[in-house]
Ligand binder design. Sequence first.
Ligand code: PGA
Length: 251
Amino acid sequence: MKPIIAANWKMNFTPKEGLRLIDDIISQPISSDVDIIFFPSFVSLSLVSDKLLNSPYSIGGQNIFHKENGAFTGEISASMLKALDVQYVIIGHSERRQFFHENDTQINNKIHLALKAELIPIICIGESLQERKNEQTDLVLKEQLTSAFKNIGLDNQKNIIVAYEPVWAIGTGLTAEKNKILDAHNLIKETLKNIYNFNIPVLYGGSVNADNAASLINIENVDGFLVGGASLNSDSFCQIVKNVTKKIERF
Ligand code: PGA
């Protein structure tokens, strides 16, 4: 399995700015041993998709709505993304859970819709600071996994990615300690394997940057990264990719 590096641009960049960043990144020599996925805003998707056609890079959407279609002003469906040659979609990001009050049922619906449209969901789970302080991390992760994977058939196991993103580490500059990441990733892999017999990639996200990527990728069961802030700059993003590439032997 190749390590995966997902670049979540969040609500940044006009289409022109996004294309400039893509140009900067693809002009640098990047190893084909890493799968790189860009997640631009919806308004940039079409241009970025055209730009990356027939390239080794993939693109994804940052969200989809939890219904298939209909009168839902301002929303975007899974099939709309698919029509733009998008291959991936982020589902259940903590910012969506926190600011847009997405609940577990909606997240499960979105996963079903993504798979139906042949999009690969990157399902985000993670505990809040309070939950960690209350020693509820394992419980929260298990609950989020169980509800996300409700009625998801075994035949989908090659088409799903999970991202462990402790909420308190996202955009804060705080990274989880290595042993905490190890514990969480082991728990996620074990839970999926025991209950669903799933063996799927688990990414780490939360203040990954050019300085910490090399050591984080060495943690067992970390199959790649979901990167926010550090993906907005070509130098830091390419440095992350290089650091991951250096550690590839263990995959
Ligand atoms: P960050 O964001 O790298 O800026 O912490 C990660 C994410 O939200 O996926």
